[in-house]
Design a protein around this ligand. Structure first.
Ligand code: 5CA
Ligand code: ZN
Length: 411
């Protein structure tokens, strides 16, 4: 499907630093080792509601990864999906007497606008589940043929499920114990009690058509895809296996990323699906995770409509570390607006203190598991000095370019 417009990324003088990121599977910060082209797959939205600040924070974190790779001279093959057919979307459409296709298109269009406003660099490919059904069918058929999947014993709805042990490595990504897996599987879209499954943790691959639900004719019988296999098929089809990074929010550590990896590894016979699994912390509001199901949401589009500068939203979300669960608040936004004004005032000066060291510190901090709090402090320090006057003429332009290229903020 159509992605969104890109923005220029200035080239920053000086020496880039190779990126190191926390990998959930390895449970440590490790260097990434991309080739000329870095491959990144980030789990996209389920478009039944507008983009909230939690989504935005997650895409901003991976935007910084994207920018780190560009700084290091890599090409970036970035793929993102849109879960444009799934239970939550169908339920919302039914509740609001909306057409699920129209609802999905409308919210996806708004998402693109929000991403553009936040200056998130677009993925090379934004891929919907609906447009990928044939690829998903092929993957599920292969899993069935290879014995990694089976049909439940149900004459009316012989849905296809994944034998979660089929890859032989289930659990390597999340490292959760079985009670934790069972709890999260039930909480996050799984169906442990479905009759006819061989094991409660086996996950849905293909749901046979039910009356009133959308379905696609296929060699599996008319039906629609399960969730995890959507990301498996979209990623494998575009990046192959062993790509550099799979990302998303920490709510996807289990079950989603554990299963998408297990499906892929059962399909290809190769390990790993992704070389790094990277997860952003949850943005909360009023003490709870911001989520569509809880309804405690602040939408990017609402703030934009209220004339909030998207650069301030971006700076507010980057002021905390991407892996930390953290609350959104008006105070956070207020502090970010003040900071942005100070930075803008500083780069508008005709001269400033030599900025080579500031740029080096920015790169050091960002390449170190995206340490944005420290990176922002480095810019604060330069701005503070610049506002006292004096220095070299080239410095404000250098800081402006570095903040633009590395943090995505246009001063
Ligand atoms: N379509 C699936 C992924 S394939 C999905 O999880 N969609 S979503 O719309 O629910 O979430 C989109 C992205 O935002 C995911 O990466 C998710 O992990 C992340 N996300 C959701 N809520 C939050 C939150 N409160 N804070 C940070 N990230 C969040
Ligand atoms: Zn996904």
């Amino acid at each position: 499907m159509q992605t969104w417009s890109t923005t220029e990324v200035p080239k920053v003088p000086g020496v880039p630093r190779p990126l190191r990121l926390y990998d959930t599977a390895a449970a440590e910060i490790r260097p990434l080792a991309p080739g000329r082209t870095a491959g990144m797959y980030v789990c996209g939205i389920t478009p039944y509601d507008a983009t909230h600040l939690g989504h935005a924070a997650t895409y901003l974190a991976f935007d910084l990864v994207h920018r780190q790779w560009l700084d290091n001279g890599h090409q970036v093959h970035y793929v993102q999906n849109v879960t444009d057919v799934d239970d939550p979307l169908l339920e919302r459409a039914a509740r609001d007497r909306d057409d699920w296709v129209v609802l999905g298109m409308r919210e996806t269009a708004l998402f693109r606008e929000d991403m553009e406003a936040l200056r998130v660099l677009p993925p090379r490919e934004l891929v919907g589940a609906v447009e990928t059904v044939p690829e998903i069918v092929e993957a599920v058929s292969k899993l069935l043929a290879g014995g990694a999947a089976y049909r439940v014993d149900d004459a009316t709805y012989p849905d296809v499920y994944f034998d979660h042990t089929a890859s032989g490595r289930f659990g390597y990504e999340s490292h959760y114990d079985e009670p934790t897996m069972a709890r999260l599987f039930a909480e996050r879209g799984g169906d442990p009690h479905r009759e006819g499954k061989r094991h409660p943790l086996d996950a849905l691959l293909w749901r046979m058509a039910r009356p009133g639900e959308p379905s696609w004719e296929s060699e599996l019988g008319a039906g629609r895809p399960g969730w995890h296999v959507e990301c498996t098929a979209i990623a494998l089809g575009r990046l192959g296996d062993g790509f550099d990074l799979q990302g998303g929010g920490s709510d996807l550590v289990f079950p989603h990323h554990e299963y998408s990896a297990a499906h892929a590894e059962a399909l290809t016979g190769r390990h790993p699906f992704a070389r790094h699994y990277v997860h952003a912390g949850m943005i909360g509001l009023d003490g709870e995770k911001m989520s569509k199901s809880r309804g405690n949401l602040v939408f990017v589009s609402r703030l934009r409509a209220d004339r909030v500068d998207p650069a301030a939203i971006r700076l507010a979300l980057l002021s905390g570390h991407y892996r930390t669960d953290r609350p959104w608040s008006d105070d956070l936004l207020g502090a970010a607006s003040a900071r942005l004004a100070r930075w803008r005032e500083a780069v508008a000066r005709p001269a400033g203190p030599d900025a080579a060291d500031t740029v080096a510190r920015l790169r050091d901090h960002l390449s170190d598991d995206l340490d944005t709090p420290a990176a922002l402090t480095a810019v604060d320090a330069w701005s503070g000095q610049a506002l006292t006057g004096g220095g070299v003429q080239s410095a404000p332009g250098l800081v402006r370019d570095a903040v633009d290229a590395l943090l995505g903020i246009r001063l």
